[in-house]
Design a protein around this ligand. Structure first.
Ligand code: NAD
Length: 491
């Protein structure tokens, strides 16, 4: 039975939410961690605190399942049917899943209902549909078959900022290609992952093809990364932790690693850009959507000097529609930061920006009487230069850095002047400039005259230190979860 959002909120009030291991082995640890909601910092339930032994148990089951072939050898059409049934169950539980992400991550309920969950379900539907439409090749000699085989046991290590959606981005392509998957959700947001995995079993996904181990990164994530019998880890999270996975792989079995990491994405407004309502909405969404806890957040605004004053005036006016408030309130656009430590980090950047000489244009206030008190207004700083921390470092909170430029070359140089290369957007009416700039920016996704991460049909991932080894989304994601074999038939 699916719960309404009110029932989920009530359950949270009574501290009854739960996310545990889903390992097809009874010999698992019983330790738990309190789960708190960032909405008011109250305890809403518990999650299981996994150990390296739990990971080991899950890997043994996954390996045995993979070898048995129960999932891998199913026809792609059969896998498709099960995945479609799963997507339909998620659709039937949309409100419940949306409410779980809302209380767990402090995301505004309207976003969870209208953006996160529909995109999550669409991801499953899209990959389910692809299951029996992607296949190998035959070499022109007629003797060589080039086939894509599942990699084997796949660990997926997830971040907290889009809990359901990041689960979908990894689990859907990993499963349709026939792998045995072990999910490790972020410890701050395990609730929707737990419920979605339960629904997978209801739809008919075998328990040894999909398992979940909850708990801390240092325990569960590290154990997956270091395990000698995990064939691949697909990770989304910070660049700092992503780097650790490359070390884990190097020091263990050279497992494949794909990393989707952080960003410091530029938004460029050229002298010929139209500053209409659409442009303003897009710039504000890129900068502040999801409390800026968004890897592709357009956190640097590079603006031609001739457009700056008008743009800043319009952005200030546009921000009046961005309500800071309780995520339960359907009108709220900005909820709390995910946890106290992260709130402290973002407020530290507020102070550093002022100390480094940036000028506060709007915002900067903390709504400390609201719930947990970790609510930060969308904030814009002007006069941010390339050597300042606010220009270079991923804040992951609602702080937009404004820098002025005079020429196209200067704008491109500034856009590329960080260690990251996840996304970029820019505004111009000149088609020649549009092409020139799109090809000159070193980022995985470049949007022209709007902010977008693309959609499920288009690959998503980073250049430079924003990513490594592959792409999420699109048919391109399937490459992560398969390996290429040549079968040569001697004549
Ligand atoms: P994080 O790196 O702290 O954690 C990500 C995951 O790694 C979590 O499951 C965590 O438990 C685990 N982990 C933490 N320490 C670990 C360790 N020592 N060993 C193994 N695993 C460990 O990231 P986060 O704070 O959850 O998420 C925010 C980050 O994710 C931001 O940098 C953001 O840009 C990035 N992100 C990137 C994308 C993308 O597609 N490029 C999408 C969403 C988020």
């Amino acid at each position: 039975m699916s719960l309404t959002k009110e029932q989920v909120f009530e359950q949270a009030k009574q501290q009854k939410t739960w996310a545990g291991h889903l390992i097809a082995d009874s010999n698992i640890s019983q330790n738990t961690i309190d789960n708190r909601t960032p909405i008011d910092d109250s305890i809403i339930g518990k999650i299981a605190a996994g150990t390296a032994q739990d990971v080991d148990a899950a890997v043994k089951v996954a390996r045995a399942g993979f070898e048995s072939g129960a999932w891998r050898r199913m026809t792609p059409a059969e896998r498709k049917t099960i995945m479609q049934r799963w997507a339909a169950l998620m659709q039937a539980h949309l409100e419940e899943l949306a409410a779980l992400d809302c209380i767990d991550a402090g995301k505004p309920i309207t976003e969870c209902l209208n953006t996160d969950m529909p995109a999550t379900i669409e991801t499953f539907e899209w990959y389910a549909e692809a299951a029996d439409k992607v296949f190998g090749k035959i070499a022109p000699t007629g003797l060589g078959m080039i086939v894509q085989e599942p990699i084997g046991v796949v660990g997926t290590v997830l971040p907290w900022n889009f809990p359901a959606q990041m689960y979908a981005w990894k689990v859907a392509p990993a499963l349709i290609t026939g792998n045995s998957v072990i999910v490790k959700p972020a410890e701050l947001t395990s609730l929707s992952a737990y419920r979605m995995t339960e629904l997978a079993y209801e739809a008919g996904v075998p328990k040894d093809a999909l398992q979940m181990v909850c708990g801390l990164g240092e325990a569960v994530g590290a154990a997956l990364g270091q395990h000698m019998d995990v064939d691949m880890v697909s990770f989304t999270g910070s660049t700092e932790v992503g780097r650790l996975f490359l070390e884990y792989a190097a020091k263990s079995n050279l497992k494949e690693i794909v990393l989707e990491c952080g960003g410091k994405s530029p938004q460029i407004v050229f002298d010929d850009a139209l500053l209409n309502d659409d442009t303003i909405d897009n710039i504000l969404s890129a900068a502040f959507w999801n409390m800026s806890e968004n890897c592709s957040c357009g956190s640097r605004l590079l603006v031609h000097s001739s457009q700056k004053q008008e743009l800043l005036d319009k952005l200030k006016a546009g921000l009046k529609n961005w309500k800071v408030g309780s995520p339960y309130d359907p009108d709220t656009a900005i909820g709390p930061m995910i946890e106290k430590a992260h709130f402290d980090k973002v407020t530290h950047y507020l102070e550093v920006a002022k100390q480094e000489g940036a000028t506060l244009v709007v915002g900067g206030n903390i709504h400390n009487t609201l719930g947990s008190g970790w609510y930060i207004e969308p904030t814009i700083f002007d006069h941010v230069s390339a050597d300042m921390m606010l220009f270079q470092e991923e804040v992951f909170g609602p702080l937009l850095a404004v820098t002025t430029f005079e020429s196209e070359d200067e704008a491109i140089k500034m856009a590329n002047d960080t260690q990251y290369g996840l996304a970029a957007s820019f505004y111009t009416q000149n088609i020649h400039r549009a092409y020139r700039v799109a090809t000159a920016i070193r980022a995985g996704t470049v949007s022209i005259n709007g902010f977008s991460e693309g959609d499920i049909t288009t690959p998503f991932g980073g250049y430079k230190q924003s990513g490594f080894g592959g792409r999420d989304n699109g048919l391109e994601a399937l490459a992560q979860y398969t390996q290429t074999k040549t079968i040569w038939l001697a004549n």
